[in-house]
Design a protein around this ligand. Structure first.
Ligand code: TYM
Length: 376
């Protein structure tokens, strides 16, 4: 049994990100690249400063081209199989930051077809999640004049021609090697990768010119780009799409990424104050078994989920996060204090997000791709 698994449909175990960099053939985001990003943005986003976005393909090329006047667009997405949790928000919040910094278009794909094909859920359930997830996506604050949401089953006419061009050039044997399909896999999911690759080229088809694409996502989505989109780009005479990859926000339990299938270790965007407090109170920490022992020996922030959440998401102040780490190690603060501190921050964040979710209800159609009238 491998120690960990990362595929688009399954993420399990204690993930070794250095090994993933080697296995997937992506590059680490180095100091030079961070400096380059800082030149464009002024300040680096927290997710870059704390190395949550840690790997890339061709991001250097995208930035050099941009400097030389060549535009690019952003592409990201969501598979609506459940309610949104704060892990899903990571690539979206970062994508909004990139949209603001570079003032570029965003294509956002909702793969309701994919989730219908791989989950034991009926079509109506999936459509319910589409509606619900849309509120979270819009609440992130993308620019409605520059954002185009594609719901696969509703907007297929924008994608189908490109997907067929892609599908014709990918053999079943490649798809099996990249995605692990088997004889028992349904034929819908075997075709599906062509649909997730299609938006990488959609603006090129719509505008009739070559435009660079940058995809922010967690690294589980990499097989689509490595195995399909980048291979096909050469054959279609299109630019190879570039990626910027994040690590996974873990669940509040001991191991594994945040996942809706484990609701008690997962913070949903719709959770209320009491849910947040309860879940954080039960989180896995690096604390000792007794107060006395912790005062004497200190805690272990490196394995503590409460500390991870503060570090990656909720404590922007570099001095404060360092102070928390040191005080924990010295036994000066106990887990209860940290949990309360985190819970307050999460509740505050969610209250704001939930207000924006409410407002999003009237804005959905402003974001849909059918505001572009020429389907392919
Ligand atoms: P989905 O719905 O599984 O995930 C949506 C986005 O969230 C990322 N993600 C996470 N990021 C940080 N921490 C976590 N715990 C965590 N869990 C999920 C995913 O990497 C993804 O970026 N097939 C896709 C939908 C899709 C897509 C795309 C995603 C279509 N086109 C282009 C990214 C880019 C899916 O099911 O994502």
């Amino acid at each position: 049994m491998p120690e960990f698994i990362v595929t688009p449909w399954e993420v399990r175990g204690k993930i070794d990100y250095d090994k993933l960099i080697r296995d997937f053939g992506v590059k680490q985001i180095n100091r030079e690249l961070l400096e380059k990003l800082r030149e464009f943005s002024g300040d680096l986003h927290l997710f870059l400063r704390r190395n949550l976005f840690f790997a890339h393909r061709d991001l250097d090329k995208i930035l050099n081209d941009y400097e030389n006047g060549k535009e690019f667009f952003l592409y990201t997405g969501r598979g609506p199989s459940g309610h949104t949790h704060i892990g899903h928000l990571v690539p979206w919040i970062f994508t909004k930051w990139l949209q603001d910094v570079f003032n570029v278009d965003l294509y956002f794909q909702i793969t309701d077809d994919e989730k219908y094909l791989v989950k034991r859920k009926n079509f109506d359930e999936i459509q319910g999640y589409v509606k619900d997830n849309l509120l979270d996506i819009i609440a992130v604050g993308f620019d409605p004049d520059k954002t185009y949401i594609i719901i696969n089953t509703r907007h297929i006419s924008y994608l189908y021609k490109i997907a067929v061009e892609i599908a014709k050039r990918i053999t079943f044997s490649t798809a099996k090697a990249v995605f692990g399909f088997e004889d028992s896999s349904n034929i819908g999911i075997i075709f599906f990768p062509a649909l997730q690759a299609a938006p990488c080229f959609l603006p090129c088809y719509l505008k009739g010119k070559k435009i660079n694409c940058l995809i922010p996502a967690a690294i589980d989505q990499d097989p689509y780009w490595r195995g399909v989109a980048r291979e096909i780009a050469i054959k279609l005479g299109m630019p190879k799409p570039a990626q910027i990859h994040s690590k996974f926000i873990p669940g509040l339990g001991k191991h594994g990424k945040m996942s809706s299938s484990e609701p008690e270790t997962c913070i949903f965007t719709t959770d209320g104050e009491e849910d947040v407090k309860r879940k954080i109170w039960n989180a896995f920490t690096g604390g000792a078994s007794t107060v006395k022992e912790q005062r004497e020996k200190g805690g272990r922030p490196e394995i503590c989920m409460v500390y991870q959440y503060l570090f990656y998401l909720f404590e922007e102040d570099d001095r404060k996060i360092e102070e928390i780490k040191q005080k924990c190690k010295n036994g000066e603060i106990l887990c209860g204090e940290c949990k309360e501190y985190l819970a307050k921050k999460v509740v505050r964040f969610l209250k704001e997000h939930q207000k924006r979710r409410e407002k999003a209800k009237d804005k959905i159609e402003d974001y849909m791709i059918d505001k572009i009238k020429t389907a392919l």
